[in-house]
Design a protein around this ligand. Structure first.
Ligand code: SAM
Length: 299
């Protein structure tokens, strides 16, 4: 068998560098050979939660000095990390689970360390994002990672409206106490037809991956209280091609109709989008009538 050090040294291991190391998202065995090797050799580990990380490392017989780098101290902690790098140390950065910088601390540290002139070296591994996408199937051609939605209702709904015409699949992270509300909000914003993948407790004992439509999502979650427990990744199909184009045209016409007549708005929209002027004229006319009706009702 090839020794671990030889496998892990496929890439160089410079001193005075920051190593961004992915750790498991549930199953502790999901850590790479290279990650274990590097964690075993670094001088220090910058960790989101030093207790969690020390426990994880101890399962592999590794014990290291740690520096806390979390959401609330990332910039000041970066200064400590940089001071150690100046002394020629190798430092690993890990988050509580998965890949640092993906809805987790790490990105600001990366910026600061790179700005200070030290190399930042990625060690790929587990992430709930890629784990969920790996079982999503062919309907996800391209995707956009949104992560956690805003917690305030109005902000969340505005965020979802801005994603309405997005053609790529959308990937969200969600916590158990908000999962039902979030799936309901997704259905309200995007309609019930799009596909939804609910990936729950990935790599853990109670892992489940369920595919349905947005309309079916709330019922599936409500059918068993256990389905609302744990950690979630939601993947939502992108706007259907036709729907995406129509929504984008409507948004454009809406703006143009604020200033222009129906025919001028249609002509300009046709020039800007390359879509038939007649199609846009019919749509603009209908929108203009609806706007006038609403105005009359208000007066
Ligand atoms: N850095 C992590 C990564 O690379 O995926 C994400 C950290 S973020 C603070 C935690 C969120 O990731 C959870 O609320 C959940 O949405 C998602 N997540 C993490 N582990 C998961 C798992 N085992 N199954 C499903 N989702 C998970």
């Amino acid at each position: 068998m090839t020794p671990l050090s030889e496998l892990a040294h496929g890439q160089q291991f410079p001193a005075g560098a920051l190593y961004i190391v992915a750790t498991p998202i549930g199953n502790v065995a999901d850590i790479t050979v290279r990650a274990l090797h590097v964690l075993g050799l670094v001088d220090r580990v910058a960790a989101e939660d030093t207790r969690n990380t020390s426990q994880l490392l101890s399962r592999y017989g590794i014990s290291k000095p740690t520096i806390a780098v979390h959401e609330h101290n990332e910039r000041t902690a970066a200064e400590h990390v940089i001071a150690h790098l100046r002394n020629g140390e190798r430092i690993a950065c890990v988050s509580d689970a998965g890949t640092p910088g993906i809805s987790d601390p790490g990105a600001k540290l990366v910026d600061a360390v790179r700005e200070a002139g030290f190399p930042v070296i990625p060690l790929p591994g587990a992430s709930a994002l890629t784990t969920a996408l790996s079982v999503a199937g062919a309907w996800v051609h391209t995707f956009s990672f949104i992560g956690f939605l805003a917690t305030k209702t109005r902000q969340r709904d505005t965020q979802l409206q801005s994603l309405l015409t997005h053609a790529s699949a959308l990937v969200f992270y969600e916590a158990p106490h908000r999962i039902v509300e979030t799936v309901q909000a997704l259905e309200r914003a995007f309609g019930g037809h799009r596909k939804l993948l609910i990936a729950r407790e990935l790599t853990k004992l109670h892992e489940s991956v369920h595919q349905c439509t947005l309309a079916e999502g709330p019922t599936w979650l409500a059918a068993d209280a256990n389905r609302q427990r744990g950690e979630f990744v939601l993947v939502v199909e992108g706007a259907p091609h036709q729907e995406a184009a129509e929504n984008a045209h409507d948004a454009l016409l809406e703006t143009l109709l604020e200033e222009l007549s129906v025919s001028s708005a249609a002509r300009l929209a046709a020039t800007l989008t390359g879509t038939s002027r007649n199609v846009l004229y019919t749509r603009a006319l209908a929108m203009d009538k609806a706007r006038n009706r609403e105005k009359d009702e208000r007066e």
